[in-house]
Each structure stands twice: as structure tokens, then as C-alpha cells.
Design a protein around this ligand. Sequence first.
Ligand code: MG
Length: 254
Amino acid sequence: MKKALVFVCLFTLFQTAVFAQPGVISHRGSWKNTQHPQNSIAALQAAIDQKVWGSEFDVHLTKDDILVVNHDHDFYGLEIEELTYEELLAKKHPNGESISTAREYLEAGLKQKNTKLIFELKTSRISKERTMEAVAQSLKLVKEFKAQKQVEFIAFDWDACLKYRELDKKVKIHYLNGDKTPTEVAAAKLTGIDYHVNIFKKNPGLIQDFKDLGLKTNSWTVNQEEDMELLIENGIDYITTDEPELLNRLLNKN
Ligand code: MG
């Protein structure tokens, strides 16, 4: 009986070591091969339908303090930070959707529990104070939904990452800008990092260095098969891609 138990434990360990595979994160939803606009609810729904591990989206704060979902600082030419939410409704995505508020986006995404929502807090072009205001509001919103287990934050602004941690000891926050060492990220008590793929191509061992300190590792935006292979071989935790279909095929092959 004891022997059988040891065997099962060893087998499980072996499986974990050999078959540990990264989670697939759709970058701005699954849009490229589905023809949905980036960061639209339709692209989010497509990612959910593909059962990816996570779906990433970008969030800015409007002039009248509404969090909205879009990558660029402008929504089809309308400057998000300089306009009110009402004013941004003058334009629509090509599929007819208006710009989503973060609230609407979370409401749609939280109808399910399989796919995590990867909330990128964009850095304000107006001031550090506006970035910090967006941090506070985004955290408040996620807490209102009681969705801290399903939503993970990412941000380029180091101070924004520190602010999330200051406001909440447990919320998941990953740093994007690629210029902090494993020791610095661990000292700041962040959840992990999400660095540009070129950083890991230059130094694949860096993935393990972060993991050795208990930090989660993710990379953006990984669209080439050879880059996906390199990250998989080096044991990365997550891969963020515009090509979730390609990455899924690759992982199913391994
Ligand atoms: Mg993003």
C-alpha cells in the first residue's frame, strides 16, 4: 500500500515536471483570427469560448473618472483622458459595440469562471496622480465584484504596481516594463512579471531566476512558433499572444 502511494506521488511529480504547460492568455481578447475588434466584448467572449487560461484587456480613466477598455490612448481618434465617457460614445467599434466601461467588461467576463481576466492598467499621459487614481478605482471595482481570484492586474508603471500592493496584500499584480530584477520584484512583494519576449530570448535563464523566488512568469506578445517553443522549454507559467489558436495547437502537440 505504502509502495503504491510512493509510486503515485512519484508519477504525479514526473508528470508535473515533464508536462507542465503554460497558460494561454489571449492578448486584447481573441481578435486576430476571429475578426472581432481588439478589446471588444466579442473578442473577450471568443477567448472564453476557446477556454484559454486568461484574456487580457487594457484600461484607461476618462476625464470624468470612468474606467474604459481600449488599447490606445484614443478611441478611433477620441482622446480618452481628455473626454468624458458620454463624449466617447460618439464613436463605435466596427462591430457596432461602444467603448466598454471596465464595469461592463467585468460583468461580461465574470459570467464564467474558467478564463481569468487580465486587467492591464494603462499609464496616464496626464499625471502620476491620474495613474494612481486609476489604480484605486480599478481595485475598488474588482473588490465590488468580489473577483480578486478571477482578475489579475498588470501594469507598466512600477509605482502603480507598488500602489496595488500597498492597497491590498493579496491582489495579484504583475510588472510589465522588463527592467526590474527578480530580487527587486520579490522585495516589492508583487505576484510576478510579464516581460517582452525579447528579454527572455536574450536570457532564457531569467525565467527560472524569477520562479526560484516564487514569482509568476508571463511574456508578451508572443506570436512566433519558435518563441513559444523557447518559452515552453524554459518553463514559463503563461504566454500572452495574439495567436491563441496557434499556441493551443502547439501545446496539444507537446
Ligand atoms: Mg495590454
